[in-house]
Design a protein around this ligand. Structure first.
Ligand SMILES: *[C@@H]1O[C@H](CO)[C@@H](O)[C@H](O)[C@H]1NC(C)=O
Ligand SMILES: *[C@@H]1O[C@H](CO)[C@@H](O)[C@H](O)[C@H]1NC(C)=O
Ligand SMILES: *[C@@H]1O[C@H](CO)[C@@H](O)[C@H](O)[C@H]1NC(C)=O
Ligand SMILES: *[C@@H]1O[C@H](CO)[C@@H](O)[C@H](O)[C@H]1NC(C)=O
Ligand SMILES: [Zn+2]
Length: 280
């Protein structure tokens, strides 16, 4: 009897260890520096050294620069400012929509409802309150401003060519899947050619957080991650820089098997305990 219990405990300890595997973490934001992308007309990034020895610097930047969010108030008055966005709306299951091959041949590509249905065919229905991000492959162009804006004249916003979301796809995410946040690896949640910015308006009206210039999307699985959007908590802000990151379990089958083993071990352990009580 005693060695049964001993094996049981050993089994249990090993299984618990396996279940507690540390998740992978992926860095999804660009460094903020002079190269950070921003819309033409915005002031530039200002990083000024104040002291050396005991280091201290001053920095100033537009809210909408580099990897950042658009608060709903960015486009629709009366909606949440940056500091009013509930923390529950700043994370969610990661849904990565890969349109790299389409965007490679069409820089004016917009993610369609069909792209979303194709994702669901592969991975199942999207979790509610997810964070959906387009991966267009644009990160390979950073930080070359000419390539990122798809224009030889990045000061002229009528000349831009970069992919983003179609308003029908954004509407679908809001109405059918109660999305928390919608992001892109390009400079805007509306494509470069847009002059009316319908996706921005739809996101703002529906209190959905936008995310722009998200980095390293190739390193996150298209399904199965959790994405966090820790934005600088700017009072009265319309957006702000965010150190976005994702976590995921890189061996879910191993973890699931370990969880089952743990349950089985607990059962054996209880059984052994009951038997021993009866024997004594
Ligand atoms: C995060 O990714 C960006 C873009 O690839 C890179 O510049 C930066 O060094 C990374 N930061 C860390 C801590 O890995
Ligand atoms: C940058 O910030 C420093 C420190 O506040 C200030 O002295 C300097 O004038 C600023 N530069 C620009 C271009 O705004
Ligand atoms: C940006 O890319 C263009 C086109 O490939 C190239 O001509 C230009 O030199 C690049 N600029 C920088 C700063 O690397
Ligand atoms: C900006 O780009 C558009 C589209 O290429 C062009 O029609 C327009 O003349 C440009 N404006 C300026 C001021 O260069
Ligand atoms: Zn923005």
């Amino acid at each position: 009897m005693a060695y049964h219990v001993y094996f049981c405990v050993l089994f249990f300890a090993t299984a618990v260890h396996l279940v507690q595997t540390v998740p992978r973490i992926v860095n999804l934001s660009y460094k903020q520096n002079r190269d950070s992308m921003t819309w033409p007309g915005n002031p530039s990034y200002n990083f000024t050294q104040l002291y050396r020895g005991l280091e201290n610097n001053h920095f100033a930047m537009p809210e909408h620069m580099g990897t950042h969010i658009d608060a709903p108030a960015h486009t629709v008055q009366g909606m949440w400012k940056t500091d009013q966005i509930p923390i529950e709306n700043l994370y969610g299951a990661g849904v990565i929509i890969n349109v790299k091959s389409k965007a490679a041949t069409d820089p004016d590509y917009r993610v369609t409802v069909d792209d979303l249905l194709m994702w669901e065919k592969k991975y199942g229905e999207m979790p509610r309150r997810a964070v959906a991000i387009m991966n267009s492959g644009w990160s390979s162009k950073y930080p070359n401003i000419t390539l990122v804006f798809g224009s030889p004249k990045p000061s002229n916003e009528s000349s831009f060519h970069f992919p983003s979301w179609h308003e029908d796809a954004v509407t679908w995410l809001i109405n059918k899947r109660q999305i928390n946040a919608v992001g892109v690896d390009t400079p805007s949640t509306d494509y470069g050619m847009s002059s009316t910015f319908p996706c921005h308006t739809i996101l703002g009206k529906n209190r959905v957080v936008g995310m722009e210039n998200v980095a390293n999307l190739d390193n996150v699985p298209e399904s199965g991650s959790t994405i966090y959007i820790p934005v600088l908590n700017i009072a009265d802000g319309s957006g702000g820089p965010a150190r976005v990151f994702a976590t995921y379990d890189d061996e879910p089958s191993k973890t699931n098997a370990a969880a089952m083993v743990t349950c089985f071990a607990i059962y054996l352990y209880l059984l052994a305990a009951v038997l021993m009580c009866n024997v004594l």
